[in-house]
Design a protein around this ligand. Structure first.
Ligand code: AMP
Length: 282
């Protein structure tokens, strides 16, 4: 397995492989089973698998965890080797030394859900993903549905900017008790880890409510009240169209529930399809 640290190195590595199908998985490292699932999907779909490990400063707000983001590069390398990754792209910095003068901006679909508390986050995400796409020039790129808004925005970037890359979403991988896997889960103390279960459990309660015929808005209120019982005040618990991200009061096969909440100092997000609710009521 090759480890490239500069755009030049990875371009050179990929040059003789351009006739093959190249799949790309972008990560910030601290790899877990969610990332491994993306890598396995990439392997099943392409001849060459590229994994990037880069903590992108532009997508972090001022009071966020950029400086303390976990770094487990040696373990990540082992995981990638075992999974048959062809090359890790591990740059130390992708931005010009005099600061970025040209960046991408997301409109509308960045001003909701996570974009409310993280106003420039998605501009940072699309800017770095665009850089990575330009350097790696993959045929396909796999992103996790755990970060659904990010996936939806990247799909729009590729479509709006006519990028010749197929974007593939991959299922949310959870711990056995339901908590969506995340590199940030390691910040949780044992009691916070216990409390964090309320997120997936509340989504399940809301979903069951809807499946039993309760109205979306009342079910959401029920979910918010349930979280309050555990002293959790979610940043949002909402139902939206999974493609347009517009709010939805009536459940359709494209309805998806989204949640974000801070447990202690750790901000967690999760989401779930409500498609089964429409199937049950038909
Ligand atoms: P990150 O390293 O957190 O930036 O995530 C890199 C990629 O892994 C993104 O496409 C995430 O959506 C995806 N990912 C992270 N956690 C999970 C998970 N639990 N299930 C599925 N995909 C995930």
């Amino acid at each position: 397995m090759n480890i490239s640290e500069t755009p030049e190195q990875i371009r050179q590595f990929l040059a003789p492989l351009r006739s093959k199908n190249i799949a790309f998985v972008a990560t910030m490292g601290c790899l877990h089973a969610g990332h491994i699932n993306l890598i396995r999907k990439a392997k099943s779909l392409a001849d060459v698998v590229v994994v990037s490990i880069y903590v992108n400063p532009m997508q972090f707000g001022e009071n966020e965890d950029f400086s303390k983001y976990p770094n487990t590069f040696e373990k990540d390398t082992e995981i990638c080797k075992n999974e048959g990754v062809d090359v890790i792209f591990h740059p130390s910095n992708l931005y010009p030394s005099d600061g970025a003068k040209v960046t991408l901006k997301v409109r509308d679909i960045s001003n909701l859900l996570c974009g409310i508390s993280r106003p420039s986050h998605f501009d940072g995400v699309v800017t770095v993903v665009n850089m990575l796409f330009n350097i790696i020039r993959p045929d396909i790129a796999i992103f996790g549905e755990k970060d659904w808004q990010q996936l939806a925005i990247i799909r729009r970037m590729v479509s709006d900017l006519h990028m010749p890359i197929e974007i593939i979403g991959s299922d949310i991988i959870r711990e056995s008790d339901g908590l969506a896997m995340s590199s940030r889960n390691r910040y949780l103390s044992p009691s916070e880890r216990q409390k964090s279960l309320c997120l997936s459990q509340t989504m399940l309660l809301v979903k069951n409510n809807i499946e039993q015929g309760e109205k979306a808005l009342r079910s959401i209120q029920f979910g918010i009240d349930n979280l309050r019982k555990y002293d959790i005040h979610p940043e949002y618990l909402e139902i939206r169209d999974e493609l347009t991200l517009k709010p939805e009061n009536n459940i359709t096969s494209q309805s998806r529930m989204f949640i974000a909440a801070k447990i202690g100092n750790t901000r967690l997000i999760d989401n779930a399809s409500l498609k089964s609710a429409t199937e049950n009521t038909l």
